[in-house]
Design a protein. Structure first.
Length: 83
């Protein structure tokens, strides 16, 4: 019976490890997408599409703080006199 319990514990730990790996992959994908969004926001701000860059910056802030539970980071578009 003890061997069976250890086998079940090992299987459970492996499943939890697989889930943890999957969560980490999704988290990394989200971080990569936010970096691409940062670039887009900076580009749009640079070509004077300030309203669009501001809207995207707000969306980015929401995603980062609410969905990823990370601290907000100000973007260059959020710190200039134009916004």
């Amino acid at each position: 019976m003890a061997t069976r319990d250890r086998t079940e514990e090992k299987d459970s730990a492996e499943r939890n490890g697989d889930k943890s790996d999957e969560v980490e992959r999704y988290r990394q994908a989200a971080e990569d997408a936010l970096q691409q969004l940062d670039w887009c926001i900076g580009y749009l701000h640079g070509i004077r599409k300030v309203e669009v860059s501001r809207a995207l910056a707000k969306n980015r802030s929401h995603i980062r703080s609410r969905l990823l539970q990370r601290d907000e980071q100000p973007l260059p578009a959020q710190r200039t006199d134009e916004t």
